[in-house]
Design a protein around this ligand. Structure first.
Ligand code: SAM
Length: 444
């Protein structure tokens, strides 16, 4: 099923307006609802497919400060005893899941601690949490990757040792930028000196993969300062560099200022962010990295994998623990409550704190995987024919031909390949593939 040509093509959007551009799922969250929750219970009670990839996402919603561009559920006012109660709730949630037929005896392939700031929690809390996860799920011999997001200023040598001891294989460092004025302006809790301070410890502890997050187009940034940030990132010699183009979702601090016309600092428009992103990709290529997705550059030939991303983008079962976490299990989408009391209170009372759900159709799962895999820069027609029985080059011939005419992709006999221009604005292209009811849906 194809869609009519939109009145304005996404490619014409220039100003950084308020709203989410980043596509993380399909159908969009605004279509999920409380009425569908009974179907989650049914999915959890159905025996799981033992061979299907399965992982956990844990949302650790604590930060030293809220970044002014941040749109995630985070708290900056919780004390150690609140955090202790949250850790206990996560442990109970893991136990409740491990007891359900869909997940009992499922080998755990990957774990992702995201936030918020996982590195904000104490060693004692981290050890308690990882202990409860290991009690609930056996991952000996099956876990391929354990990712842990860190804010540089929260790391000490002792804390990094505990993170490594816990089994973390992929450390993800939220550097974002190296210019202190830009970091301060955007409300980051750390400055550049703290990045340099933690690097020797990270190296000594030999994490198998070090990723560095950067954002192109932070408020107050300019071309020279962005280029300097890319150079300093290369000097750090990470295995993987993730580059996001800054967006201003509705619940970010900056967004209110932009809507009121009160932001008086430079804010790069989309063509500028794309050109800075392109420069970074080309500079990283010169420095020995290669493109692994629209956002990620990895060291060439070093076998750097990102198991969580690839599993998620190929329809794996992923159970999200924590306040506001998203899950996808046996074709069901669902999300936990975003309210602290409902989350912690629900688990204290022995129930999963679910808020909304959406049972996907096979067609929706096909479109979901297509748009997520397009972020890798290519689609294999054979994969979709085998998994969904659909010839995507025929089924989506019209939108694909339109994007080819716009110079965003090349059609091949065996699939689709995005051009670099397409890859640098992939999130603007993806709604082209949405079925009619979901066009204009919101990611909130
Ligand atoms: C969930 S955040 C956690 C960051 C972590 N708390 C830290 O301080 O490093 C993960 C990443 O999302 C990216 N990010 C967050 N908000 C963003 C926005 N508005 N636009 C683009 N990227 C964003 C940042 O690169 C960030 O490192």
């Amino acid at each position: 099923m194809s869609q009519p040509e939109p009145a304005t093509t996404p490619l014409e959007v220039e100003q950084t307006g308020v709203g989410s551009v980043f596509v993380s799922n399909y159908p969009p969250f605004s279509f999920w609802n409380g009425d569908c929750l009974p179907a989650v219970d049914r999915a959890l009670d159905a025996p799981g497919e033992a061979a299907a990839p399965f992982g956990l996402y844990l949302h650790i919603p604590f930060c030293r400060k809220r970044c002014k561009f941040c749109y995630f559920r985070v708290y900056t006012d919780k004390n150690a005893s609140d955090i202790g109660r949250y850790i206990d709730a996560l442990g109970r949630e893991a136990d409740l899941y491990a007891a359900r037929p869909a997940l009992s005896d499922r080998p755990l392939g990957f774990v992702y601690f995201g936030g918020g700031t996982p590195s904000y929690i104490s060693v004692k809390h981290l050890e308690r949490l990882v202990g409860s996860l290991r009690d609930a799920f056996d991952w000996n011999g099956t876990l391929q990757e354990f990712t842990f997001e860190c804010e540089p200023g929260t790391l000490t040598r002792t804390r990094l040792e505990a993170i490594r001891r816990a089994g973390v294989t992929r450390l993800s460092l939220g550097v974002e930028h190296f210019n202190d004025e830009v970091l301060r302006e955007n409300g980051r809790a750390h400055l550049s000196a703290e990045i340099h301070e933690v690097m020797p410890w990270i190296r000594e502890l030999e994490f198998p993969v070090l990723n560095v997050d950067l954002i192109a187009g932070m408020v107050g940034d300019n071309e020279a300062s962005w280029r300097d940030t890319v150079e300093k990132t290369i000097d750090l010699d990470p295995d993987c560099v993730t580059i996001y183009q800054m967006e201003l979702p509705y619940n970010a601090v900056y967004s209110a200022g932009v809507l009121a016309g009160e932001l008086d600092r430079p804010l790069a428009d989309w063509p500028t962010k794309r050109s800075w992103h392109r420069w970074a990709v080309e500079r990283l290529e010169q420095a020995g990295y290669e493109v692994s997705s629209a956002y990620t550059m990895v060291k060439k030939g070093a076998g750097v994998r990102f198991v969580y991303r690839d599993a998620l983008w190929h329809g794996a079962d992923l159970v999200g623990l924590g306040v506001s976490s998203f899950s996808h299990l046996g074709g069901m989408h669902y999300q936990n409550s975003s309210d602290w009391n409902e989350y912690v209170g629900g688990l204290a009372a022995g129930r999963l704190p679910l808020a909304r759900a959406y049972p996907t159709t096979p067609r929706e799962r096909l479109v979901r995987e297509m748009i997520l895999q397009l972020k890798l820069g290519r689609l294999g027609a054979g994969y979709f024919a085998e998994k969904f029985g659909v010839a995507i080059l025929d089924e989506f011939a019209e939108p694909l031909a339109r994007l080819e005419r716009q110079g965003m992709l090349r059609l091949r006999d065996d699939g689709v390949e995005l051009t670099r221009a397409g890859l640098l604005q992939v999130d603007f292209l993806l709604p082209t593939f949405y079925d009619e009811p979901f066009v204009g849906g919101r990611y909130t």
